[in-house]
Design a protein around this ligand. Structure first.
Ligand code: SF4
Length: 483
């Protein structure tokens, strides 16, 4: 509540031990949320607020205690970001006010979808929503038209990694841990996974603002071209690393987009990078947010392709000879982070084509990423990555073999597997599983114009039986942790 005043507002904050112990969280994720909360409480006190910081079993218990101690207080919260939290607040009779963490309220998103349907459109694509947002919010606009006459620079922003100069991108800011950080870490359960925090992730408003400035000054101008590239020796490239702050409220989407607009206006960055970044914030982020609220609660449990493999051990610390998976999982272990293509085309693609049960994969993704939130993970994992919603979010399954990963990364050069092979002991598991996926789901996708050509190619394979046999061996090795 941005307009709250210390004169008439007492702030209640709750640290729930049940929530902290409910999952084997990545330690950097757990630390990030708890340290951010404790620092925010301190900042509010400095601003003159009385903060009641309760460490309790659950939010429900904490609220009961609070109401008993302050029976005359009206409890008001900003609208929560998850379906379950909203149900809980409704049940507990907590009044809510609109949040400023999103620029399009999910009610307005639903109205936009309905207006599209009323106008005769059968689909409500992200690109159409993004253009509506640009017009409504005015970013990179000249009147109601895009400032350069073009809406989208995606085509310029899909370059593979450069051949050399893999250290060309400025390093992320790092702040030393302080006593508050060490107190938080000491309080975390030993079920937490991953490497301890190194100070890459800020846990204060001031630190988040510095990182926004660092991104705009050092990364934004080169953000676009290689935003889909992956490198084994560089985990951040030109990515903003701002999603944790946008998702926990240390930064607002409006101030991030304002900073990008200002950099474009002064000529510090070109349109391709500015547009590519603004699209992520006011386009994808808000589209996913709206879709989440339109589709819950059923969305979380959908499994349209009937995938039933338990989460393979390589996701939880097991070894793998697949270099792309090994590099991506090592990055997650080190930083609780991977960029969107690593999430979609390495982790998600593998889970999709191997047939990993969506809920198991969703739960894992939600535990290990510093920026994870249910509203972003459910549509991106269940819908986009695993096609478990039957195509509501994506018009085709994002399945690919080793060729895509080879084009967009340097992973395949250091791998035990041969990305060109689909059969044989050294065949790339991605390539094998990709063709097997097309064969297994041919009936479902052969009439989908975006993937029908690939399905028909799979149906004509002379070695289809050998592909199926190799895919079975891959799945056995995957479960055994020997792939
Ligand atoms: Fe990954 Fe296959 Fe390339 Fe190895 S060859 S890095 S498994 S895509």
């Amino acid at each position: 509540m941005a307009d709250a005043s210390p004169a008439d507002t007492r702030v209640l904050m709750v640290e729930s031990s049940e929530k902290i112990a409910s999952q084997a969280w990545h330690v950097q994720r757990a630390h990030f949320y708890l340290a951010s909360m404790r620092r925010f409480a301190d900042e509010l006190r400095v601003d003159g607020f009385e903060v009641v910081y309760r460490r309790s079993n659950s939010f429900r218990v904490a609220l009961r205690e609070h109401r008993a101690e302050f029976p005359d207080d009206a409890v008001v919260a900003t609208e929560p970001n998850s379906w379950r939290a909203r149900l809980l607040l409704d049940e507990l009779g907590v009044e809510t006010v609109a949040s400023n963490q999103f620029l399009c309220h999910h009610r307005d998103f639903t109205n936009w979808v309905n207006s599209r349907k009323s106008a005769g459109y059968k689909t409500f694509k992200m690109e159409d929503f993004y253009r509506w947002q640009r017009q409504r919010l005015g970013y990179l606009m000249d009147g109601d038209q895009p400032v350069t006459g073009r809406w989208n620079y995606d085509a310029e922003n899909r370059e593979p990694p450069p051949k050399d100069g893999h250290d060309r991108w400025a390093s992320p800011l790092v702040d030393p841990l302080d006593d508050l950080d060490h107190d938080v870490l000491a309080a975390l359960p030993d079920t937490c996974t991953g490497q301890s925090p190194t100070g890459v992730w800020a846990t204060s408003r001031e630190g988040a603002l510095r990182r926004l400035r660092h991104f705009v000054d050092h990364h934004l101008a080169v953000f676009g071209p290689h935003e889909d590239a992956m490198l084994s020796a560089n985990w951040h490239l030109a990515h903003s690393l701002l999603s944790p702050y946008l998702n926990n409220g240390l930064l607002l989407p409006s101030e991030v987009c304002d900073a990008v607009q200002a950099a474009y206006d002064t000529g510090a960055v070109d349109i391709a990078s500015a547009e590519g970044f603004v699209r992520q914030i006011i386009g994808w982020r808000e589209y996913v947010w709206g879709l989440y609220w339109m589709s819950m609660p059923e969305y979380r449990d959908e499994n349209a392709l009937g995938a039933d493999m338990p989460l393979p051990p390589l996701f939880t610390g097991g070894d793998t000879k697949m270099n792309c998976m090994s590099c991506t999982l090592r990055g997650i272990d080190d930083y609780a982070w991977a960029h969107h293509i690593q999430r979609l085309m390495v982790l998600g693609n593998f889970a999709l084509t191997a047939g990993v049960e969506p809920r198991a994969f969703l739960d894992w993704m939600s535990r290990v990423f510093v920026d994870a939130a249910e509203w972003v993970m459910v549509p991106n994992v269940v819908g986009m990555a695993l096609y478990a919603d039957g195509g509501r979010m994506a018009t085709k399954p994002y399945a690919s073999g080793g060729a895509y990963i080879d084009k967009m990364s340097d992973y395949c050069k250091g791998c035990s597997y041969d990305r060109k092979k689909r059969v044989g002991d050294d065949a790339c598991p991605f390539t094998t599983l990709y063709w097997d996926f097309l064969l297994r789901h041919a009936d479902q996708f052969v009439r989908n114009p975006r993937i029908a050509t690939q399905v028909r190619a799979a149906q004509k394979l002379a070695d289809a039986d050998a592909v199926r046999e190799r895919a079975t061996a891959v799945r056995v090795a995957l479960r055994a942790g020997t792939l």
